[in-house]
Design a binder for this molecule. Structure first.
Ligand code: SDX
Length: 455
């Protein structure tokens, strides 16, 4: 609660109008002194964690019946809407840590399921915890047989993300106990099911789109090995994933597991704040991720590279970007104003994958785009660097994933992050149903007029 700073002797009542009063007596305190020049009153607002509580602004009024001030921040570019202990990003330094562990170390030493455990539980698992976690995930990969008919009901050319939004939401109808979101055991069961079943939903959607029979999960394989099995097994009795590709996909999943308050996580938290089951909240998060400005960007990068077609046409495309005709997909980020650390790691993985699959010819175009952009003032001045989506699509394409499935390959690993953020929101005593305010700029009150007397 702000204390009017000019109440008592700490105020700046003698500050001349129009100048910002300086009050040395407030110096060194974790407070913000603001003067409302409409009234001349100065208020002292608390500064906590580098923020000012927006609710504190409501006490800045011009009259007792005044609603008080609000903050205005379209797209929340400078608003912290929660406190979180899951992921830390330093956009200027290009740092990304999950629960304090640097992404570079996790990409080198960990597995996706271990990282999912870390993100959800807050600590790296002991061997026993890890084995129990892997066993639980592995034994919940099957879908209810009715889900196959739902997936087959889509047209052959249905976008996999449209199918995923629908099928994740449909899963909520199979588990009535999912609504018991404050029962820790029920909550954990749904979290395990969602992490386990996302690859199966994605693989079944892909197999239906290419007219191939569904491949059921193989419990002998790893999380990513089984995903490749359900996608690509043909007539062989036992699918054996290429270990280089299996590991590359696992690292890509690690890199995509969480990313603090991105658009789809905001959707997960906002929808989750009205307390539906987690499947419905994940469906909302998948829908947000589908957008070309977010998780859909990896698909758009491939389409952009194909449209450019050759290295010599890169300068022309860059011109179109600078004229505002098109965006350089896979570049730029709301938080990173430096190279996305994930893009750096993905670029290293690309070399390993191309040794197995053969070099992706579009890589030369991507490298030329990056080379030019990193030295062109249009991009440098806007701090536009490659983000996680710029190189990932090249790897997916070389691994024979259809371009439409790329955003799905983002949604699968991000499920662990969405669920961890959702649970953190549920258990946060400061959180409640999300309901922001607005600035009304519409028509003043007016009376209804009949159809005949309207212009
Ligand atoms: C992801 O939030 C997350 O963490 C997301 C994510 C995650 O892990 O969850 O990291 C995953 O979504 C990565 C981003 C993938 N999207 C793209 O690659 C699409 C292309 N990039 C953008 O459209 C854009 O950079 C955003 C959406 C990523 C960020 O947009 P902002 O922060 O709202 O920035 P902006 O649109 O206000 O742009 C600032 C300026 C503008 O120029 P001016 O109007 O000031 O002249 O930069 C320009 C923009 O036009 N700009 C670009 C550009 N991105 C921004 N110009 C050309 N190409 C681009 N890619």
């Amino acid at each position: 609660m702000p204390r009017p700073a000019n109440a008592g002797n700490s105020g700046s009542q003698d500050a001349p109008a129009g100048r910002i009063a300086t009050n040395d007596r407030s110096a060194g305190r974790d407070t913000l002194s603001v003067t409302d020049n409409r009234t001349g009153r100065t208020y002292e607002l608390p500064i906590e964690n580098g923020t000012v509580p927006a609710a504190a602004l409501r006490d800045i009024k011009t009259a007792p019946d005044d609603f008080g001030l609000m903050s205005y921040d379209p797209a929340f570019t400078n608003t912290a809407h929660c406190k979180s202990r899951i992921t830390m990003i330093d956009g200027d330094k290009g740092i990304l840590n999950y629960r304090g562990y640097p992404i570079e170390q996790l990409a080198e030493h960990s597995t996706y399921l271990e990282v999912a455990y870390l993100i959800v539980h807050g600590e790296l698992p002991t061997r026993g915890q890890y084995e129990e976690w892997v066993f639980s995930i592995t034994h919940h990969t099957f879908l209810h047989e009715n889900m196959k008919r739902l997936i087959e009901a889509f047209r052959y050319d249905a976008h996999p993300m449209g199918i995923l939004v629908s099928t994740v939401g449909a899963l909520s109808t199979f588990y009535s106990e999912a609504k018991s979101i404050f029962d820790p055991e029920a909550r954990r069961q749904q979290m395990v099911r969602l992490i386990a079943k996302m690859p199966t939903l994605a693989a079944f959607a892909y197999r239906a789109s290419v007219g191939m029979p569904f491949v059921y999960p193989d419990n002998d394989l790893s999380y990513t090995g089984n995903f490749l099995n359900m996608l690509f097994r043909m007539a062989e009795s036992k699918y054996r994933p290429n270990p280089v590709l299996e590991r590359a996909l696992d690292v890509l999943f690690i890199l995509h597991a969480d990313h603090e308050q991105n658009c789809s996580t905001l959707a997960m938290r906002a929808v989750g704040s009205s307390h539906p089951d987690p499947y419905s909240s994940v469906a909302a998060a998948v829908a947000a991720l589908y957008g070309p400005l977010h998780g859909g960007a990896n698909e758009m990068v491939l389409r952009m590279l194909k449209e450019i077609g050759s290295k010599d046409r890169v300068p022309g495309y860059i011109q179109r970007v600078k004229q505002g005709q098109v965006r350089l997909m896979g570049f730029g980020h709301r938080v990173y104003k430096n190279y996305d650390p994930r893009a750096r790691i993905i670029k290293q993985i690309a070399d390993q994958v191309f040794e197995v699959t053969g070099r992706n010819p579009l890589l030369d175009i991507a490298l030329e785009l990056e080379r030019i952009a990193l030295q062109d003032d249009y991009f440098v001045s806007r701090k536009l660097y490659p983000n996680v989506d710029f190189y990932s699509g090249l790897i997916y394409q070389s691994m024979k994933f259809p371009v439409e499935t790329f955003p799905v390959l983002f949604a699968i690993p991000r499920t662990a992050g969405w669920l961890a953020q959702w649970e953190e929101m549920l258990l946060d005593p400061e959180q409640k149903i999300a309901r922001p305010r607005q600035v009304y700029t519409g028509s003043p009150r007016r009376d209804y007029r009949s159809m005949d007397d309207r212009m």
